[in-house]
Design a protein around this ligand. Structure first.
Ligand SMILES: C[S@@+](CC[C@H](N)C(=O)[O-])C[C@H]1O[C@@H](n2cnc3c(N)ncnc32)[C@H](O)[C@@H]1O
Length: 211
């Protein structure tokens, strides 16, 4: 927890992108997310991808622990959000965005009933031991049949310390083996993040659907 607060406080937010994620733009239209449905964006930071999803007609529910991230998101969009307390979270609302500020693991089941979800730099930000609980949360905060787009990151050498923490394709299949169907849409090398030994990390894109 302290780790993420420090990263935001010291503005070490190297994961943040000033443009929309190209893999989101490429694959979202084909995964069959309900038009105008609600999209859950766990560990959302101040991601502009939420703006892109809103432009497609969705309403957005972002989950983010650090207040500074939430405030910066709304400031950057020129929006003043209304606040309300929701159990252990603070709800920041300016339609079509609702950002729930607090720990994703403290969210009670069915607090959100999203039609779809989008995960970029979320599951890979969590250590291996938290990932099963994260998948359970996705299950509890989405409707049956909800569809998700997951963008992973894996190091060629597993021993590297994160975050991001490596997430191999076989682990995705394993973690979502019960209650979901999983389809890998694309895998590519991240050449601009090549390691000294010459190997590049990989990124994969998955369509995941709750059954
Ligand atoms: C690597 S960043 C990715 C942000 C965003 N998905 C993006 O693509 O820009 C991970 C974010 O998750 C937040 N975070 C980490 N652990 C969390 C938790 N348990 N509950 C809610 N947010 C969390 C951090 O504060 C950080 O903003």
């Amino acid at each position: 927890m302290e780790f993420w607060h420090n990263r935001w406080k010291s503005e070490q937010t190297g994961w943040h992108r000033a443009e929309y994620n190209d893999l989101l733009v490429k694959h979202w239209p084909s995964i069959g997310a309900e038009a105008h449905g609600e999209v859950l964006v766990p560990l959302c930071g101040k991601s502009l991808d939420m703006v892109w999803l809103a432009e497609q007609g969705h309403t957005i529910v972002g989950l983010e622990m650090v207040e500074q991230a939430v405030e910066t998101f709304f400031q950057d969009q020129g929006m003043e959000a209304k606040r309300a307390v929701l159990e252990q979270h603070t709800k920041h609302v300016h339609p079509p965005f609702t950002l729930l500020q607090g720990d994703v693991f403290d969210l009670k089941p069915n607090t959100v009933q999203a039609d779809a979800w989008y995960d970029r730099a979320a599951m890979v930000a969590l250590p291996h031991e938290s990932r099963e609980a994260y998948v359970r949360q996705l299950q509890q905060q989405t409707k049956p049949g909800a569809v998700g787009l997951l963008i992973t990151f894996s190091y060629p050498h597993e021993e590297r310390q994160g975050p991001p923490f490596s997430l191999q394709d076989e682990h995705v299949l394993d973690l979502f083996s019960e209650g979901f169907t999983v389809e890998c849409l694309e895998t590519r090398e991240l050449d601009d993040e090549k390691e000294p030994g010459g190997l590049s990390p990989l990124t994969s894109v998955f369509k995941i659907q709750r059954t």
